[in-house]
Design a protein around this ligand. Sequence first.
Ligand SMILES: [Zn+2]
Ligand SMILES: [Zn+2]
Length: 366
Amino acid sequence: MIRMKAALVEKARAPLIVDEVELDDPHDGEVQVKIVASGVCHSCLHAADGSWSEIPVPIVLGDEGAGIIAKVGKGVTDLKEGDHAILSWAPSCGQCHYCVTGRPVHCEVRADKPARLADGTTRMRWRGETLYRFGTVASHSEYTTIPSSSAIKIRDDVPLTTVALIGCSVMTGVGAVLNTAQVPAGATVAIWGAGGIGLNVVQGAALAAAGEIIVVDMLDNKLEFARKFGATHTINASTTDPVETIRSLTRRGVEYAFVATGHTKAIEQAWQSLANAGTCVVIGMPGTGELVQISGRGIAGSERVLRGSFYGSARTRVDFPRMVELYRSGKLDIDGLINRKFALDDADEAYRALAAGELARGIIVN
Ligand SMILES: [Zn+2]
Ligand SMILES: [Zn+2]
């Protein structure tokens, strides 16, 4: 067991606290990672502000990180002390139905309740009580103890303070385009939300050589980020009707619509903006219990598809090193996504800036 510093939420809507917590040594099949950098992700904000009410507290946030293997538990053969790793919030057993059919993000070996490891415990305590972990990895901390399948070894000549973002926002956004939707060259694409995930959908679409890339957001500063990453048109939905504008830009609607926000209205608009046989890919997660309304009448005749994308349909062992190579070759801009860096002690300020829409991506550097 070690004592370390971590940023935690004691109860929803309260400021983040940085305090000393206890972390267990790795069990069989686990590793302990010294965290180098940890991205500030919108899904953590949902846990902090109480909109995902099923997430328990107190909890250490952070679902996007990278670090160096510090301790290796029994039975771990593919990692050793000193290896560089990007953390994955989707551990996988390698043997269940979904793992062997190439969809490891749906691995069936997981805890019944959220914010715990597969055996139902968390390996962490604060003031003698169970401390929960967001997104398995709980990366807003100095160390984390995780299943070895959540630590994906990468080459050690790329900066961990940059490639940490591959662990959630890059994988989720770029993966939605390349893995989930498999957007072909020249396709018309629209994206709702130009936050950390949405900007990666934009650069994924640019990487896939999509034709028109139309980005919808409510904030002009975010639309400006989107243009930097390859948007060909931007629409401020607070002043302009996106459905009408997309129809007039594309005539028949878009072939692919991606929703990278948790607003149900955005899902409805994306659906209405599709061309016949188009696909709407939902990445964002609305609040607990929220419903989406789409007209039942229009589904059959238009042959439109509504589908989800979870973690960019990641196969992390293949995709993380692949994203690292795209970064090295200059095809994926990760440095440009990071517009603010924070110390772990300033985690609360990082979440304030995220909630205020000031971040393309913020990162906590230990
Ligand atoms: Zn995330
Ligand atoms: Zn599995």
